[in-house]
Design a protein around this ligand. Structure first.
Ligand code: FAD
Ligand code: MLT
Ligand code: ZN
Length: 506
């Protein structure tokens, strides 16, 4: 095994190869375009600083700036179509007039993909939020792309089903955005990825035509599976307008427990033991390092555990079970906790078991609130990387040491280097929380982090995508031949390059 110091020495910080994207080949939205859009949409669905709309620029701010307030666009116009036909008519006009488009869902993306680079037209899907159909026998749901994940979840819970996806941004993100980013989230361990759970899509292609692949069959083996191309395409190949999704039967019983561990090295043996004992009822296994936990508590995410439960904890693991028989599940969980606590060399210090729905939510709030806690603490540089499970801590430590060696680990520069993530998916969230976003910190982190990841043969994006943030780093996880094929596919669907330019591909 390579030691922390050894790796830190070997990884050089070459200057970042940033690709700046020129938008000069596109036309800005003009008053003439606006006049055309107002034949398609009611005035309430058009926000524009151009005349005659003359919306105040401040009203466009929530669409032009991303969730982290890190990426900033200069769009003059946001359109909010109400149905697929309207999307199609707008896109056709844009293609004919070479107007670049940014498709936008809930704008919770963390890689700058959902906001313009310049003054591209924003097409926001918020007005397309109807559930088209649900079959409670097959569990197949068909919904508009602009449905908010939480609304789908609420709807399905009334029909004894759950969305096979859950994430901290559920109150704002759209199912179309989830599909377009191939979001992973907190329960991928149980339900698998959207590449398996999305049964069909309806997509408006860059020429305005509508590709209807809204299948409601679980099996379709008729050649190329085109919908897969749009899952994770981040709006670069078309606008997803409808989604057919396989919902899962709602668990009859859910439990969770926050385990405090004396050292990181216990995480893997713990995961092995938890899988062995809980097997089919295990639905989440989430890792939080101590510094991340402390920040969640500092910023009021969930209820802090008792001091005695956190004393001596190097890190935490949140385990969730979901099953169909409460007594059976509780018995399994209790047996697990007893064996863990009574072992000769216990893997955990303590376990805080939720005994009420409020406690269940509060333990989840600590985990789900980490993203917000980082943002409240400062400006977070976020790396959603895939690395081998046993390297989670090593990656965080090496990065911290590297930042220290650059003289940047102090309250006026980098305040924290923390890790949390989805153990079941080998997905570490490495967060470097700084006082401000500065070129100096970015130069210290990139390509350092990407080179570190590629050394472990990991991925520079396990779940948030490439957006504008990582176009220059794509080559660390995709070889030249793969990138070339991606470019060919892009060209095939979008020969004029109007769809989310400057995102995903360098
Ligand atoms: P947006 O941010 O609006 O867009 C994201 C990308 O998709 C952009 O490139 C955009 O152009 C494109 N897009 C959006 N809608 C469409 C459409 N209809 N058609 C074509 N392209 C479209 N991500 C995870 O994977 N796992 C997590 O656990 C997770 N947790 C999060 C927690 C918090 C608190 C926050 C703020 C974010 C989190 N994210 C997570 C990131 C983000 O929420 C997801 O990427 C989410 O899927 C984005 O959905 P959205 O509707 O907000 O999309
Ligand atoms: C998470 O797992 O909490 C999300 O992917 C968001 C984040 O990385 O902060
Ligand atoms: Zn995540």
């Amino acid at each position: 095994m390579l030691s922390t110091r050894y790796l830190a020495r070997r990884i050089s910080s070459r200057p970042v190869r940033r690709f700046t994207h020129s938008l000069s080949r596109y036309h800005s939205v003009s008053e003439n375009d606006l006049a055309h859009f107002s034949k398609i949409l009611p005035s309430s669905a058009i926000l524009s600083t151009l005349s005659p709309s003359s919306t105040a620029a401040s009203e466009l701010a929530p669409f032009n700036n991303d969730w982290m307030n890190k990426y900033h666009g200069k769009a003059t116009t946001v359109l909010k179509p109400r149905n697929t036909k309207e999307v199609s008519e707008i896109v056709k006009w844009c293609n004919d007039h070479r107007i670049a488009i940014v498709p936008q869902g809930g704008n919770t993306g963390l890689v700058g993909g959902s906001v313009p680079i310049g003054d591209e037209l924003i097409i926001n899907l918020a007005n397309m939020s109807s559930i088209r159909s649900f079959d409670d026998v097959s569990g197949i749901l068909v919904a508009d792309a602009g449905c908010i994940l939480q609304s789908l979840s609420d709807y399905l819970s009334g029909h004894n089903h759950v969305v096979p996806l859950d994430l901290g941004a559920k109150g704002s993100c759209h199912i179309g955005g989830n599909v377009s980013t191939n979001a992973g989230g907190l329960r991928l361990l149980r339900y698998g990825s959207l590449h398996g759970n999305v049964l069909g899509l309806e997509v408006v292609l860059p020429d305005g035509s509508i590709l209807d692949q809204l299948s409601t069959s679980r099996k379709d083996n008729t050649g190329y599976d085109l919908k897969q191309l749009f899952i994770g395409a981040e709006g670069t190949l078309g606008i997803v307008t409808g989604v057919s999704l396989l919902a899962a039967a709602a668990p009859q019983a859910s439990n969770n427990v926050m385990l405090a561990l004396p050292k990181f090295e216990n995480v893997l043996p713990l995961y092995r033991e938890v899988k062995r004992q809980l097997s089919e009822i295990l639905s989440a296994f989430e890792f939080i390092d101590r510094e991340a936990y402390d920040l969640a508590v500092k910023h009021g995410q969930g209820r802090a555990l008792d001091a005695a439960d956190v004393e001596g904890a190097a890190c935490f693991v949140l385990v969730e079970t979901s099953g169909s028989n409460r007594e059976h599940d509780e018995e399994k969980l209790n047996t697990l906790l007893t064996t863990l606590m009574e072992a000769d060399t216990p893997l955990i210090n303590t376990g805080v078991l939720a005994t009420s729905p409020a406690q269940f939510s509060s333990l989840w709030a600590i985990r789900e609130g980490l993203t917000e806690a980082m943002s409240k603490e400062g400006k977070a540089y976020k790396y959603d990387i895939s690395v081998p499970l046993d390297k989670f801590k090593e990656v965080v430590d090496i990065t911290r040491e590297h930042i220290r060696s650059k003289g940047l680990l102090h309250p006026d520069a980098v305040k924290h280097v923390v890790g949390y993530g989805h153990v079941g998916d080998s997905n570490l969230h490495l967060n470097i929380v700084a006082d401000a976003y500065t070129p100096e910190i970015e130069a210290a982190l990139e390509p350092f982090v990407y080179e570190l990841v590629s050394r472990y043969r990991g991925s520079v994006s396990a779940e948030h995508g490439i957006g504008v943030m990582k176009t220059h780093a794509l080559h660390y996880s995709k070889n030249a031949e793969s990138i070339e094929w991606m470019k060919r596919i892009k060209k095939l669907f979008d020969p004029n390059g109007i769809m989310n330019p400057g995102k995903v591909l360098p």
